[in-house]
Design a binder for this molecule. Structure first.
Ligand code: GAL
Length: 686
């Protein structure tokens, strides 16, 4: 079902509905689209008021012309359903559609993403406009994908949503006793007699039952997905061959996918994963390479959701308008940040937005065409250069990433750990920790899949699986990880893992079964350090810092457990800090490493470099200095190495064999090659 057309997509959010009174601007757009080799446009995302200015009165004429015009220049359209924002008439006549916040306060009309997912009227009106769009454009040759709504997010706490939540709880637990047990409800007399007593969590009432908080987040995922299913119901029938996507989001400072709901179940129901990537390049708090490693992590998460190429559905060619400081991309960065996404599996580089708005909140947000409406503009020239580059690289479309290493990231565990009062509020850093483990492989030019727990059902393709800080761990995941080691795989797990079950109830007795059965250890305490305090761990004759968390562990009576490292100080000095247990000790196969303390990147780099060697993980035959990254995709007839200099200096790399650079068309000889600051190459190995 997924559309494959052997081209990389280039284009972006096109909002002609803002410019209908400017016909000369709309005709300039077509000219500039050709100049930038733009071939795909997301159209109509927030155009409901232009499509249905009054209830039941539809005006599609302008959109007909836009689709015809885009098709006329050889472009394609990702047609949006407009549910992300709605016309005033709708909220005025049906106020129930407005959201209610967690304090039970009804929102007024305005903004966007301000609707109730339960509201029957909203669903009805969305159903009508979506059906009209599908019926009208089903045979239009420009239509090649659906952009369902926009960045689904938020939650509603109205009475309708409360009813749906209670229904969902009833279905999940069956009896109120089962719910009370899962919620540890005897605590503070929070026992419920009936499902009708349950409400969504709030800070003016119940917000302290961790199981309830977790269930609410799960319900929001369910509710959003249910709304999405409603949106696509008729679209699937009317346009069965047109794939659908929705733009996912991420949080760069915390290196995390959006935490409002869980993308893992969502991804199973969409055809193409897309995300909106806005890395704050050139900031004053991290190196370009560090920020690039965050982008790499997020790209690897979004690609692995469907194990397929993904789309960058939004990015900025210059700057955004919502960062604390909105910095322009320096020369070369637009090309580099494009290749940064292609390298990890993107098949589309799209922008928000095509033309800068003249008014309202996004009038200063970067766009391909600025207010000067001129191609004689640095940003426009950068985009045109990238358009040419994407054409030169079209053969990489649909090529794949073959990762032999997986790092596990779980949104549910993220929620539960953030909610857990304990440890240290400032240093939990779940997503940052998963990223730090990923970064060690990224620095070694090793491709990684950032997988979600549902992927643990089949880990056979991986040689190494890393599980950092998986606080909430289901027994099913434990069994799957154990099978992985029994099949000879190398597993790494850390402190603050496997402490709570799926209800966020702590494991009793010896702790979670995986600790004893797979790692051969017991966690007796977890010491939380103040930010300036340090312990140390000795590993392979070298001493490394331990910070934030030091779990005190004891090997069980299992002869197969080896202590690889011990703490250097405090009352647990000389007790184990890193252990390994082999499933097959005689052949040293099926290693399960437990890292009990948080360390710096230096340890992780040394530790994982050793695992990379021992497990014979494939690395490209290109030697790179720090700050230069190589990532690899595999096509039918070629392997592509994406070389990226994320430093502000020239760098030297060494090629083991001759390879053409698909961007410049130059054949490069083996030996040393000089990369300019921010330079990129795509080397093809046939
Ligand atoms: C996205 C959104 C776009 C635009 C953009 C600005 O989150 O989907 O419509 O607002 O941010 O960066």
């Amino acid at each position: 079902m997924v559309h494959r057309n052997n081209t990389l997509l280039h284009g972006g959010d096109y909002n002609p509905d803002q410019w209908l009174a400017y016909p000369e601007i709309l005709s300039d757009d077509l000219k500039y689209m050709k100049q930038t080799r733009a071939n795909a446009f997301s159209v109509g995302i927030f155009a409901w008021a232009a499509l249905e200015p009054r209830e039941g009165e539809f005006t599609f004429g302008w959109l007909d012309k836009i689709l015809d015009d885009i098709y006329g220049i050889g472009g394609r359209v990702i047609l949006a359903t407009p549910s992300g924002a709605r016309p005033a008439w709708l909220s005025q006549k049906y106020p129930e559609v407005n959201r209610t916040d967690h304090r039970r306060q009804k929102m007024l009309h305005g903004g966007r993403h301000n609707h109730c997912f339960s509201s029957p009227v909203y669903r009805e009106k969305v159903g009508i406009i979506n059906r009209k769009l599908a019926e009208r454009y089903k045979d239009h040759p420009a239509l090649f994908m659906w952009h369902i709504s926009n960045e689904y997010s938020g939650e509603c706490h109205c009475l309708l949503c409360q009813d749906n939540f209670r229904r969902w709880l009833r279905e999940k637990y069956g009896t109120i006793d089962a719910l009370n047990a899962a919620y540890w409800a005897a605590f503070w007399s929070h026992t419920f007699n009936d499902f009708d007593q349950l409400e969504s969590p709030t800070d003016i009432g119940e917000g302290w039952i961790h199981g309830l908080n977790l269930d609410w987040k799960r319900f929001v995922t369910h509710q959003t997905l249910d709304f999405y299913r409603h949106e696509i119901k008729d679209i699937r029938v009317i346009t069965p061959d047109v794939p659908v996507t929705n733009n996912f989001m991420a949080d760069f400072p915390n290196v995390a996918p959006f935490t409002g709901f869980d993308y893992a179940p969502f991804a199973r129901e969409i055809d193409v994963v897309s995300w909106d990537a806005y890395p704050p390049w050139h900031n004053d708090y991290e190196s370009t390479a560090h920020l690039a490693s965050k982008l790499a992590f997020l790209n690897d998460y979004f690609r692995a959701l469907k194990d397929a190429p993904f789309y960058i559905l939004e990015s900025t060619p210059s700057m955004v308008n919502w960062q604390p400081v909105n910095r322009a991309k320096r020369p070369g960065m637009h090309k580099l940040s494009t290749v940064a996404c292609l390298a990890h599996g993107a098949d589309a580089i799209m922008y928000f937005q095509w033309r800068k708005s003249r008014g309202s909140t996004e009038k200063l947000h970067g766009a391909v065409i600025d207010h000067d409406n001129s191609p004689d503009n640095r940003v426009f020239c950068d985009v045109a250069e990238v358009g040419q580059m994407l054409e030169n690289l079209s053969e990489i479309a649909d090529s794949r990433t073959h990762a032999q290493v997986a790092v596990l990231f779980d949104t549910e565990s993220h929620w539960a750990l953030d909610n857990a009062e304990g440890f240290s509020r400032q240093s939990k850093k779940y997503s940052q920790t998963v990223h730090t483990h990923h970064k060690a492989f990224w620095q070694a030019n090793v491709p990684v899949d950032v997988i979600t727990p549902d992927k643990c059902a089949d880990l056979t393709r991986y040689k190494i699986v890393v599980v950092p800080m998986l606080y909430l761990m289901r027994e099913k995941t434990m069994r799957q990880l154990q099978t992985f080691t029994q099949n000879g795989g190398t597993l790494v797990m850390t402190y603050i893992s496997a402490l709570a079950d799926e209800n966020d109830l702590m494991y009793l007795d010896e702790g979670a079964p995986i600790l004893r059965d797979t790692f051969g250890i017991r966690i007796t305490e977890t010491d939380t350090l103040y930010p300036s305090q340090r312990n140390g761990v000795c590993y392979n004759g070298k001493e490394y810092e331990a910070l934030d968390y030091c779990a005190i562990i004891q090997p069980t009576n299992d002869a197969n457990v080896e202590i690889l490292s011990t703490y250097t100080s405090d009352f647990y000095a000389n007790s184990p800090a890193i252990t390994v247990r082999y499933t097959d000790a005689a052949n040293k196969k099926g290693a399960a490493y437990f890292i009990a303390a948080r360390t710096g990147e230096d340890f992780l780099q040394d530790f994982y470099n050793q695992l990379i060697k021992e497990n014979q993980i494939t690395q490209p035959s290109i030697q790179t200095p720090p700050g230069v990254s190589v990532q690899t995709r595999h096509g039918n007839n070629a392997t592509y190495h994406f070389v990226m200099n994320y430093t502000e200096e020239a760098q030297i790399i060494t090629l083991a064999n001759k390879m053409p650079d698909l961007i410049s068309g130059i054949e490069l000889n083996e030996g040393e090659i000089k990369l300019q600051p921010y330079d990129v190459m795509v080397l093809s190995n046939r």
